[in-house]
Ligand binder design. Structure first.
Ligand code: ZN
Length: 277
């Protein structure tokens, strides 16, 4: 057995054991069991603090300042948020969104990026707008990011980081002992990687989940989900030699991603898309 593989197996075993000893919860959206070394409350409050800090140290454009970019980001985000609320209401799980205090901000940047932190803290960078080009594609992007938050993908990465870097300490203890490193880890786990220069890419499976439910929310928001295919083709052309985080991550490849989207397209359209004539 190769050394790296041995270490990987040992790490997976450790996660399985911790899952058994600590707590794993089943996610409403994905129905997957997740390792959670961090409580939702801890994650929400750290998220709110980091979001505030990010907003105050980056160039935010707003509708008050007459930004058309911000106007479109707000419009599409609000439609996606309404779709999410409807989706959870249809499942009778509205209370799961209780801790959410949705916020939408548009940041002036050449980076083609977007993210959503726990509790519904959305950021869209203006650098992605030339690629989305229309509301439906922007809905695809925001739906994807919001799904990462709802599916608590960052929480899994954060939990794994706490095991690897802090021997499995709870978030609050890690924050008290090593605030700077813990904040960096949190940022990297939740999408602020470039801010700190460390990237923790989402797993391939996380990306597929975000694509799949992002498509559902796009359809429920009244946008044609087929736009997702054109968007990813444009992303393919754009990615060429630059690889910003999240959207241009190498895994899954755009080709696999498009194939996966196409495999759920008909069902999503039939079930969730009611075009407004
Ligand atoms: Zn993603």
């Amino acid at each position: 057995m190769k050394k790296g593989f041995k270490r990987y197996v040992a790490f997976q075993l450790m996660i399985a054991t911790m899952c058994f000893l600590v707590s794993c919860s089943t996610n409403t959206l994905t129905h997957r069991s997740q390792l959670s070394l961090v409580s939702d409350d801890e994650v929400m409050s750290t998220s709110a603090t980091q979001y505030k800090q990010f907003i105050s140290t980056n160039k935010v454009v707003s509708t008050k300042g007459g930004s058309k970019d911000a106007a479109i980001v707000n419009k599409v985000s609000n439609k996606i948020i309404a779709a999410v609320k409807q989706y959870y209401a249809d499942l009778g799980r509205t209370s799961e969104l209780d801790g959410y205090a949705w916020e939408i901000n548009t940041v002036q940047s050449t980076e083609a990026n977007a993210w959503c932190m726990p509790g519904g803290k959305i950021v869209v960078y203006t650098g992605i707008l030339p690629i989305t080009q229309n509301e439906a594609s922007l809905a695809v992007v925001i739906g994807h990011e919001v799904t990462h938050a709802l599916a608590k993908h960052g929480k899994e990465r954060m939990s794994q980081g706490l095991i690897q870097q802090f021997g499995g300490q709870a978030l609050s203890i890690a924050l008290a002992n090593k605030p700077q490193q813990t904040q960096q880890l949190f940022g990297a786990a939740y999408g602020l990687g470039t801010q700190y220069g460390i990237m923790l890419p989402f797993s391939r499976n996380d990306e597929y989940e975000a694509d799949k439910f992002g498509l559902v929310f796009t359809a429920m928001a009244g946008y044609d989900p087929h736009e997702a295919i054109s968007f990813w083709h444009r992303m393919e052309q754009f990615s060429g030699n630059q690889k910003p985080p999240e959207f241009l991550s190498t895994h899954p490849s755009n080709e696999n991603r498009i194939a996966q989207l196409q495999s759920v397209m008909d069902e999503t359209v039939a079930k969730y898309y009611h075009p407004q004539h």
